[in-house]
Design a binder for this molecule. Structure first.
Ligand code: COA
Ligand code: AMP
Length: 633
């Protein structure tokens, strides 16, 4: 059957406001939107500015009242902890209402920030939804970040309360969160009033008198005393959360998400894009510390009345390369959304897909990939072993949902390997040159979205409207700059070829090489440095640092290389996967002093490269090639 995509896209193009007004009918509003879009409000306009709503209500209460009370809302499956728990919508409501009551006891009210630094446990989801219930703004920090990164986020968000757990579970090691948090609070100028800690049985944390509180004790106390909180009416434009993401400096950007537009867009996506019906089981394999986890582990499946899987484990080694198929078959998932790197990891361990054959995947309909480029080999392998459609789609922390994808619910468009397919309604994608002129079909340029961005996308950066303009809106007036480069083909399919800034994508995790350079430069023996992303068969890209030592340093260079590797782990965290530093005599530069990182990357990737016309001394590039060879061999 022909896809309805062209017709639906045309309806949006004809009248974007009518399109989103209709999508908004899927939401339970306290006060319905009368104005759909106000172009004068905010940095580039605001969606549903006069509507009143609550996200927690739409994610939980409305389903309890609407007949889904006994349906599983959240299934926690943890091969790491050897544990499974199922929460029905009624049970989820009870947990979230009670936790929201506890947050109120800490004085948390509408507009306050709450930092959540937690592993993949159901309580992290409860925490996000409890904040949403009160109109408190949550900011989840990924567990793989180090204390300094956490401190930066504390300083920017200035939370009243921090919610954490005693530990995270990584294969072969238990990550103690509490010492990292203590160190972060020590480093931060903005100290939270209180910390609430979920004590996990694998490792208990010591509590600091007066500041730290035991999660279970507080929740049990509230339950005993019947303390619980109901949903607070919020403006659709009130912030739901801040999620920090890597930017062009070491200071991360606080992406703000609102309540109303976010709900409308996510709800729309669950059927039209992901082809999932209310009542079905949907699994996003991401961590809640990333945007995919926010949107598709916590919010979208619940807004839709589906069942969401929360998985604490890896695609391989927990215990084997069949773990994803086990989860899909055991819980009857209809869709899985993960990063291509997870499939590369499975493919490496089980190239023939032997594990797939051991499980009943009859309920499973579609695999969705995003977070990094889906390389055609991996997509083909997944198609072959699963015999199901594999859908690549492209989005960013900033967008909060898919910008370019293949809408399964509307009817899948033909898949073209290497392209995430076509723009979703809401996104007028263009490809521009430096002078802001549209490129011809097939020609590479900067990918931009014509303003306004659709509902669900960031309205601004936390308390930084000006940085929002500078980072995304000023370079191409009238457009949002995605900072991805690529092209659109004759059929309107978009191809994403790479970033135009310093961001690299390591195992689907977004990292700033600029941030890593700041760390290398802080080593007392390093004069200058450059960090590039180098191709990697498993993680897509991994960082590689080049350091030039200060004159007069006479320690062995490999000692300093080891020290800077440790320094990045200590300052940014293990998630940076920074394992390679190479000491060199000098960096290749242009005559005006710019480091030629793009050429260094091509050399490291063994891609074709040509001598930049502006290079100061061409010999330096041979030195880089030699240094890489020596390090490899
Ligand atoms: N808390 C603490 N440490 C963490 C962590 C967390 N939540 N997540 C990752 N780390 C650590 C890892 O243990 C590892 O530490 P190590 O250097 O001591 O080995 C390091 O950070 C790097 O992690 P990662 O890049 O994830 O590598 P890995 O070898 O542990 O796993 C994959 C590789 C491919 C299996 C894994 O990255 C994966 O499952 N990726 C899919 C990611 C995904 O779905 N992303 C969502 C975006 S859509
Ligand atoms: P994040 O903000 O962590 O979601 O990372 C966003 C970036 O990841 C994008 O700007 C792209 O560079 C990259 N990315 C995400 N999805 C895709 C995809 N499907 N294809 C290519 N790159 C992608």
């Amino acid at each position: 059957m022909a896809s309805r995509y062209p017709e639906v896209l045309a309806a949006w193009q004809r009248d974007p406001q009518a399109f989103w007004a209709e999508a908004a009918q899927e939401i339970d509003w306290i006060e319905k939107p009368r104005t759909i879009f106000d172009p004068k409000a905010g940095v580039y306009g605001r969606w549903f500015p006069d509507a009143v709503c609550n996200t927690s209500w739409n994610a939980i209460d409305r389903h309890v009242h609407g007949g889904r009370a006994a349906q599983p809302a959240l299934i926690y499956d943890s091969p790491m902890a050897g544990e499974q728990r199922i929460y029905t919508y009624a049970e989820l409501l009870e947990e979230v209402r009670t936790l929201a009551g506890v947050l109120e006891e800490f004085g948390v009210t509408k507009g306050d920030r709450v930092v959540i630094y937690m592993p993949m446990v159901p309580e992290a989801s409860f925490a996000m939804l409890a904040c949403a219930r009160l109109g408190a703004i949550h900011s989840v920090v990924f567990g793989g970040f180090a204390a300094k990164e956490l401190a930066t986020r504390l300083n920017d968000a200035k939370p009243k309360l921090v919610l954490t757990a005693s530990c995270g579970l990584e294969p072969g090691r238990t990550v103690a969160y509490k010492p990292l948090l203590d160190q972060a609070i020590e480093l931060a100028e903005a100290k939270p009033n209180a910390v609430m800690i979920l004590q996990r049985p694998q490792l208990k944390a010591a509590l600091v008198d007066g500041r730290d509180h035991d999660w279970h004790e507080r929740v049990e106390d509230a339950r005993r005393n019947g303390r619980a909180a109901d949903c607070v009416p919020l403006l659709a434009t009130d912030p739901l959360y801040i999620l920090y993401t890597s930017g062009t400096t070491g200071i991360p950007k606080g992406v703000v998400r609102d309540n109303g537009g976010h709900m409308v867009a996510l709800k729309w996506s669950m059927w039209n894009l992901y082809g999932t019906k209310p009542g079905e089981v949907y699994w996003s394999g991401s961590d809640i510390g990333w945007v995919v986890g926010h949107s598709y582990v916590v919010y979208a499946p619940l807004l839709h009345g589906a069942t969401s899987i929360m998985y604490e484990g890896k695609p391989v080694g927990t215990p084997d390369a069949g773990t994803y198929w086990r989860v899909i078959s055991e819980h009857k998932c209809v869709a899985l959304f993960t990063a291509p790197t997870a499939f590369r990891a499975i493919k490496k361990e089980d190239p023939k897909g032997e594990y797939v054959k051991r499980y009943d995947l009859s309920h499973f309909r579609t695999l969705f990939l995003a977070g990094e480029r889906a390389d055609p080999d991996t997509v083909k392998w997944a198609q072959d072993v699963l015999q199901k459609p594999v859908i690549d789609h492209w989005w960013q922390t900033e967008s909060g949902w898919c910008m370019v994808g293949n809408p399964v619910g509307l009817g899948t468009m033909p898949v073209k390997l290497g392209s995430p397919s076509v723009p979703m309604p809401g996104y007028a994608i263009d490809v521009l040159d430096e002078a802001c002129r549209s490129m011809k079909r097939g020609e590479m340029g900067s990918i931009v979205v014509k303003l306004p961005l659709p509902p669900g996308c960031l309205p601004t950066l936390w308390k930084q409207d000006e940085r929002m303009r500078e980072s995304y809106l000023d370079e191409f007036p009238g457009y949002y700059k995605t900072a991805d480069a690529g092209y659109v083909d004759e059929d309107g399919y978009v191809y994403i070829m790479g970033r135009t800034d310093d961001i690299i994508n390591v195992a689907g995790h977004r990292l700033s090489t600029g941030g890593m350079e700041e760390v290398l430069a802080s080593h007392p023996d390093v004069a200058e440095c450059a960090v590039i992303g180098v191709k990697d068969d498993l993680k897509g890209e991994v960082p590689c640092g080049f350091i030039v030592l200060k004159a007069g340093v006479n320690r062995p260079p490999n000692e300093i290389e080891t020290e800077v590797v440790s320094l990045v782990r200590e300052k940014i965290g293990p998630v940076a996967a920074f394992k390679r530093a190479i000491a060199i005599e000098r960096l290749p530069k242009t005559r005006s002093g710019k480091i030629l990182r793009a050429t260094m990357k091509k050399i490291a990737d063994q891609d074709q490269w040509s001598m930049p016309a502006t290079i100061d001394d061409p010999v330096v590039l041979d030195e880089i090639a030699d240094a890489l060879k020596k390090k490899a061999g």
